[in-house]
Write a protein that binds this ligand. Structure first.
Ligand SMILES: Nc1ncnc2c1ncn2[C@@H]1O[C@H](COP(=O)(O)OP(=O)(O)OP(=O)(O)O)[C@@H](O)[C@H]1O
Length: 116
């Protein structure tokens, strides 16, 4: 295995994370995640509950990153208005929404019984 190549690949991946985190939507996900983590610390969660919260947060962030990548490719391939470009962007954004809605439901299922 070429260690130098492997290191470079990690570098590109970390740069990808940095690039995605500069997107406005990603900032909203990060702030939401921070609020949930702080609420979790104060509420007191079990290990399993923390694992679910971490999984859900990373799924939403990962989905948002794939959405950003799709947006970039669509902008490159179709700078002009095209129904397929619209479909690709809307479906990718919809996928993030599906993950985000599921994460809200999971969060409520974990937190509400502890609060009330
Ligand atoms: N090339 C295109 N052809 C047709 N519709 C498009 C195209 N680009 C964008 N759209 C429509 O506009 C919506 C918003 O697009 P996009 O996410 O690129 O804009 P934005 O939110 O202003 O971008 P950004 O997230 O980079 O600020 C898309 O979901 C899609 O419905």
């Amino acid at each position: 295995m070429d260690a130098h190549k492997l290191l470079k690949s990690f570098g590109y991946a970390f740069y990808g994370i940095w690039t995605a985190f500069n997107e406005q939507n990603m900032r909203i996900h990060m702030i939401s995640a921070l609020i949930v983590i702080i609420a979790g610390v104060f509420t007191g969660l079990t290990n399993i509950e923390w694992m679910i919260i971490i999984l859900v947060i990373t799924l939403v962030i990962g989905a948002e990153m794939i959405n950003t990548a799709i947006e970039s490719v669509v902008n490159l391939a179709s700078p002009d208005i095209h129904p397929l470009a619209k479909q690709a962007k809307d479906v990718a954004a919809g996928a993030v929404l599906v993950f985000a809605l599921a994460s809200v439901i999971i969060g409520l299922l974990i937190f509400l019984p502890k609060w009330f």
